[in-house]
Design a protein around this ligand. Structure first.
Ligand code: PLP
Length: 408
C-alpha cells in the first residue's frame, strides 16, 4: 500500500483564510442585506497600471508572430529582466548584486515555501511570532518542526521569537538555542512594523557569528517611506555571505493574479565549499520551467520611468488608506501599530478581547472583516490585522463604522 507524507497530516486543520471565509459566508447568507467590507486578506484591488498593460499587449503580439514567438524561456529568468532587477533594485541602491544572482520565479510564496528544500533536514528554524504562515508550514511539510502543541499553538522544534508591543515588534536573536535558518520579513506581515538598518545589522552580525542563513522576505519593500528602513538586506555589510532575499511583484505592481517574483542568492553564501547559489540553480532548473515571457516583459515596465510613476501613485493610494485606518482607529481610542512603511495595520484588541472574539464582534456589529492576530502565531493573540488594500471608499466606510461602535 502506498504511504503518504505523514508530515502533511501534522498540519493543523484549516488554513486561516479559509476559516475566515467560512465565517464570512455563513454571516452573509444569514444577513443578505448587509454590505460586508473585507479588509482581511492581503490582496490588491487596483487594476494593473497602464504602462504594464501596454508592455503585456506588446509581448502578446510578439507571441503571435513566428519571428518573435518564444517557447520555453531560460529557467532562471530572461537576462533582460535579471539585469534590470540587479541594476535598479540593488546596484542603484549601492548593493553589490549581479544579475546572475537573481532567480526569477512565479512569486515569493513559492520561493519562501521551497527554499527550505536545499537545507539539511536537521536545520533548526527560527521565526518571528506572529509570522507569515508559509515559513512554518513549509517546514512542517518537510518534517523539520517536531510535534505540534495544539494548546500553545507551537511546534516543538521551531524557535519562536515573540514580536509584541512590549519589545516594539523587534525580534531578539535567540541565546540558548542556535538556529540555522532565520526567517525575517521586513516590512513585516502581519504587524506592518519594520526593522531599521541598525536593528537589521544585529541580525546580520548574529547570523554570521552562529553560522545561520537569514531568509529575508522583502515582499513589501515598495511601501517603505522612512529613510532608516533598508530596502534590501544587502544594504547591511556582511549580508552577502549570510542572507537570501525574496521579492515579489504582487504588492508593488499588483501582480497577485499575474504572478512574478524573484529570489536573490549571492555567490558568497556558502556552506563550507558548497555554493547555496548552485544548489538553488539546480533546484530551479529541475523543478521550474521559467516564468512566462509575457509576464517578464510586463515586469520590465515596472522599472520604466512611466511605470515607476504610475506605481508610485498606486502605492500612495494604498498608503493613504493605511493613514485613514491608523488615524481613524487612533481617534477611536485603539492602540495601533504599523501602517507607516507597510500596508498592514496591527491593532490591539480592546479590553483584552481575544483575536477571534474581536473578529466576530467586528463582523457582526460593523460588517467589517479583518484577520485575527492569533492566526499568525501565539504572540498574535490579542491583536488584529487590517489591510490597506481595499478601495478608498470602502476603507473610509469601514473605519467610520468601527468608530461608530460602542467599544466592547
Ligand atoms: N511574503 C509575504 C510576507 C506575503 O505577505 C506574501 C503575500 O501576501 C507573499 C510573500 C507572497 O507573495 P507572492 O504573491 O509573490 O507569492
Amino acid at each position: 500500500m502506498f504511504q503518504v507524507n505523514e508530515n502533511y497530516l501534522k498540519l493543523p486543520g484549516s488554513y486561516l483564510f479559509s476559516a475566515i471565509g467560512k465565517k464570512v459566508s455563513v454571516y452573509s447568507q444569514a444577513n443578505p442585506d448587509k454590505k460586508v467590507i473585507r479588509l482581511g486578506i492581503g490582496d490588491v484591488t487596483q487594476p494593473l497600471a497602464p504602462a504594464i498593460i501596454e508592455a503585456m499587449h506588446q509581448a502578446v503580439d510578439e507571441m503571435g508572430k513566428a519571428e518573435t514567438f518564444r517557447g520555453y524561456g531560460p529557467d532562471l529568468g530572461y537576462g533582460f529582466l535579471r539585469e534590470e532587477i540587479a541594476k535598479k533594485d540593488y546596484q542603484d541602491r549601492g548593493c553589490q548584486i549581479d544579475s546572475d544572482e537573481i532567480f526569477v520565479s512565479d512569486g515569493a510564496k513559492s520561493d519562501c515555501g521551497n527554499i527550505q528544500e536545499i537545507f539539511s533536514q536537521d536545520s533548526r528554524v527560527a521565526v518571528c511570532d506572529p509570522v507569515y504562515p508559509v515559513y512554518v508550514d513549509s517546514n512542517v511539510m518537510a518534517g523539520r518542526t517536531g510535534d505540534y502543541d495544539e494548546k500553545a499553538g507551537v511546534w516543538s522544534k521551531v524557535i519562536y521569537m515573540p514580536c509584541t508591543a512590549e519589545n516594539h515588534f523587534v525580534p531578539k536573536p535567540p541565546k540558548e538555542e542556535r538556529p540555522d535558518l532565520i526567517y525575517l520579513c521586513n516590512p513585516n506581515n502581519p504587524t506592518g512594523t519594520t526593522l531599521n538598518r541598525d536593528q537589521l545589522k544585529v541580525w546580520v552580525d548574529y547570523a554570521r557569528q552562529v553560522g545561520a542563513v537569514i531568509l529575508y522576505d522583502g515582499a513589501y519593500e515598495a511601501y517603505i517611506s522612512d529613510s532608516d528602513v533598508p530596502h534590501s538586506i544587502y544594504e547591511i555589510p556582511g549580508a552577502r555571505s549570510c542572507a537570501i532575499e525574496f521579492r515579489s511583484f504582487s504588492k508593488n505592481a499588483g501582480f497577485t493574479g499575474v504572478r512574478l517574483g524573484f529570489t536573490v542568492i549571492p555567490k558568497d553564501l556558502k556552506c563550507g565549499r558548497v555554493s547555496v547559489h548552485g544548489l538553488w540553480a539546480r533546484r530551479h532548473g529541475t523543478k521550474f520551467n521559467g516564468a512566462p515571457y509575457i509576464v517578464q516583459k510586463a515586469a520590465m515596465a515596472v522599472y520604466s520611468e512611466q511605470g515607476r510613476a504610475q506605481l508610485k501613485e498606486q502605492v500612495a493610494y494604498y498608503m493613504n488608506n493605511a493613514k485613514v485606518i491608523r488615524d481613524g482607529l487612533e481617534s477611536g481610542g485603539y492602540q495601533v501599530y504599523g501602517g507607516v512603511n507597510a500596508p498592514y495595520i496591527w491593532l490591539k484588541t480592546p479590553d483584552g478581547m481575544s483575536s477571534w472574539d474581536f473578529f466576530d464582534w467586528l463582523l457582526e456589529r460593523a460588517n467589517v472583516v479583518g484577520t485575527p492576530g492569533s492566526g499568525f502565531g501565539p504572540s498574535g493573540e490579542g491583536y488584529f490585522r487590517l489591510t490597506a488594500f481595499g478601495t478608498y471608499e470602502n476603507t473610509v466606510e469601514a473605519i467610520e463604522r468601527i468608530k461608530g461602535l460602542r467599544r466592547p
